[in-house]
Design a protein around this ligand. Structure first.
Ligand code: HDD
Length: 710
């Protein structure tokens, strides 16, 4: 068994939860022989039954039920993809709270009982593209979590951005039609860079705040594992005394928040469209389990109107200075799926799925979502979608919802209504665990409107922009300029420049100059100059830099210094990074003193220079060895690897003659070379990696830290 296979088996065994145990009855080992769906052994799956004279094959016979079944099943394999968030990937894991700290807000055991391990399934996604689109496109990322609690399933269906494009659910079809491929030509795929999206958001200023986030580096995450997650909507919590609180939910990644640079994202979309789903799978397979802290922001019911924004408006954040995040728990993803379709494709979330102690608010986006998710699953999966193995709760389910297509459950008993003469299957009063709807006071007239504070759209868009670092601002200007450059209707890009001028004059000017828009000569609205560090993703960098789970490429050619590579790999492994040898060919690469082609020995290169690209790795090391360095220097692709990595602000290290390769052949501008021949360290911008006494010089391509300063 391969190392990856052995590791997977080991960790899979560890990753047992109640839900994994529940799934066991549906997880099948592949049998040795093929059967038909009705269980009959198949003797030939390659040749359709034909009439024959013994030598020549004549007509294929319709009576061949085995061939018919095979084709027939194949013809019906596809189901409708999700109307949004079609592209995604998922994993199993668990959730735990640290203490009962949240019991002052809620009586939900999932949030208050530290002795519990609640199984979860998480699906990450992009929004715009279809099921086969690329992972690294600029887009919002979905972050949907199904908690299989003992009191039923709780679905927290969030994003990696804390706000939304619209305030009222009735606008959802409009924003989605606008962002999806245009109706006349089904273009573009996996992009919001087109007339219709920018036309819509230009006419719908409530989108301004979310547009800022989506165009920031948040729109191109390095990994699903390095994103924050937000419940976005305002939910409620109710405690044992019956007091109600408004709440927003947060996921904070252990590895910090990191992004790609746009050039990388564009290239990876072609070079490895599955980059994010492979990244998640690889991290779990190698035991670098993705982990998030879970936090809540809480506002007592009495303080609902204390803010200059409406706390039920999903286009607004609750600034952390006003409402701090209380970290109460942790989620770990530790098991990949066994089969994609029955798990990741069939998993179905519904915001209306909450458990006792958690409830809704009047947030008009959430109210509409509570209708939409249930509804969409009927088209995608059928009315009995909640019986599918991945969706069914770990607690018993008993009710009088009956029949419908593809019913699986079989109940015994003679009644299917309440009340019934046997007093069977009765509702449960709240004191015994039945869901209790909070007695919220409601009064007034019916009207189609939004609350007064919902009318202000630019304060927080400005706050977000002001809070970015200079390089984040530059990335944002570049991103909006890229998108508007793809809009060929002047009405669209001119209108959006005007919207931007409500946020920041410089921002509007720079974008207008880049895209040929109308350059404003004065701000449309004064910038309030307020900023908060918590909106820049730099704020969420890990306090200690970590190399955990990072992909490090070691570039070698025949004649490389073996001891250095072995020491490096051991050091990287000890830091829970993965190392990948890139050489002139996939296969053995021979060290100094060995005869090239002499069989095994040296290191096994995982890829050749043409087989992968620098974009797919986080950091690079070029070890010593005169012949190796010489061969790399004569290889244009090897030089390009390092130059491109440098352009993407990645960490680059070298040892011994590797330094000469960098200095003489790659010629990185502005790099200072440390040629301390006694150094036993390779210094990268992650920090110092001690590789043991290797007696080699080292070099730092003095690039900023990944995900932080680029
Ligand atoms: Fe939604 C899917 C997140 C507003 C209607 N949404 C979907 C998924 C995520 C979100 C992560 C993918 C779930 C999965 O992996 O299966 N959606 C959000 C967030 C929103 C939001 C964070 C704003 C706070 N959504 C929203 C509104 C509506 C919908 C306002 C409709 C009124 N969303 C849907 C949907 C989808 C969906 C059409 C498509 C597939 C699915 O539900 O299961 O019903």
């Amino acid at each position: 068994m391969s190392l990856a296979g052995a590791l997977k088996e080991k960790f899979t065994a560890v990753a047992q939860t109640k839900k994994i145990a529940d799934l066991q009855k549906d997880i099948l080992k592949q049998e040795e022989y093929l059967n038909t769906d009705h269980g009959v052994l198949i003797s030939d799956t390659d040749n359709w039954l034909k009439a024959t004279d013994g030598t020549h094959a004549g007509p294929s016979l319709l009576e061949d039920q085995i061939a018919r079944e095979k084709i027939h099943r194949f013809d019906h394999e596809r189901i409708p993809e999700r109307v949004v968030h079609a592209r995604g990937t998922g994993a199993h894991g668990y959730f735990k709270v640290f203490s009962d700290a949240a019991s002052k807000y809620t009586f939900a055991p999932v949030l208050t009982d530290p002795s519990r391990t609640t199984p979860v399934f998480v699906r990450f996604s992009t929004v715009q593209g279809s099921k086969g689109s690329a992972d690294t496109v600029r887009d919002v990322r979905g972050f949907a979590t199904k908690f299989y609690t003992d009191e039923g399933n709780w679905d927290l269906v969030g994003n990696n951005i804390p706000v939304f494009f619209i305030q009222d659910a009735i606008k959802f079809p409009d924003i989605i039609h606008a962002v999806k491929p245009e109706p006349h030509n089904e273009v573009p795929q996996g992009q919001s860079a087109h007339n219709n999206f920018w036309d819509f958001v230009g006419l719908q200023p409530e989108s301004a705040h979310m547009v800022m986030w989506a165009m920031s580096d948040r729109g191109i995450p390095r990994s699903y594992r390095m994103m924050q997650g937000f419940g976005v909507n305002t939910y409620t919590l109710v405690n044992a005394e019956g007091q109600r609180f408004f709440v927003k939910f947060h996921w904070l990644p252990e590895l910090g928040v990191h992004s790609l640079v746009w050039d990388e994202a564009l290239k990876i979309a072609g070079q490895d469209p599955d980059f994010h789903r492979k990244d998640l799978q690889e991290a779990i397979d190698t035991g670098a389990y993705p982990t998030w802290k879970f936090g809540i922001q809480v506002i007592p019911e009495a303080n609902e109107h204390d803010f200059d924004f409406d706390i039920l408006d999903a286009t607004k954040v609750w600034p952390e200075e006003l409402v701090p995040i209380e970290v109460i728990g942790e989620m770990v993803l530790n098991r990949n799926v066994d089969e994609f379709f029955p798990e990741t494709e069939q998993v179905a979330f519904c915001t209306a799925h909450v458990v006792p102690g958690i409830g809704f608010s009047d947030d008009p986006l959430l109210q509409g979502r509570n209708f939409s998710y249930f509804d969409t699953q009927i088209t995608r999966l059928g009315i009995n979608w909640e019986e599918l193995p991945i969706n069914r709760p770990v607690c018993p389910v008993m009710n009088f919802h009956k029949d419908g297509k593809m019913r699986h459950k079989i109940y015994q008993g003679t009644v299917n209504y309440w009340p019934n003469r046997a007093s069977q299957f009765k509702p449960v009063p709240p004191e015994q665990g039945g869901y209790h709807d909070y007695a919220q006071k409601v009064a007034g007239m019916k009207a189609r409107l939004r609350g007064a504070k919902f009318q202000e759209h630019f304060n927080q868009a400005q706050l977000f922009y002001n809070s970015l670092t200079e390089y984040e601002k530059k990335h944002l200007v570049d991103a909006i300029s890229f998108e508007l450059s793809h809009c060929d209707d002047p009405v669209v890009y001119e209108t959006y420049t005007k919207v931007l001028n409500n946020i920041d004059f410089d921002l509007a000017k720079q974008v207008a100059l880049n895209v040929g828009g109308i350059v404003p000569d004065a701000p449309a609205r004064a910038n309030h100059s307020k900023a908060t560090p918590t909106l820049s993703q730099l704020y969420y960098a890990p306090k200690e830099p970590t190399i955990k789970s990072r992909r490090v490429a070691i570039l070698v050619a025949d004649g490389f210094a073996l001891a250095q590579v072995e020491a490096l790999r051991a050091a990287l492994k000890a830091g829970s990074a993965t190392s990948w040898v890139i050489g002139p060919r996939r296969g053995w690469v021979y060290p100094e003193g060995a005869v090239v082609g002499s069989g095994t020995g040296g290191v096994w290169a995982d890829h050749h220079f043409e087989g992968q690209r620098s974009t797919l790795f986080d950091a690079f090391v070029v070890p010593g060895g005169r012949k190796s360095a010489q061969a790399l220097a004569e290889n244009g692709r090897a030089i390009h690897w390092i130059r491109e990595a440098f352009g993407h602000c990645k960490a680059i290290g070298a040892i011994g003659e590797g330094v000469l390769f960098l200095r003489e052949a790659v010629m990185l501008p502005g790099v200072e070379y440390n040629t301390n021949l006694d150094s036993d360290e390779v210094v990268t911008s992650f920090g110092v990696v001690t590789v043991g006494k290797i007696g080699a010089s080292s070099v730092v391509a003095d690039t900023p830290k990944i995900g932080q300063d680029k």
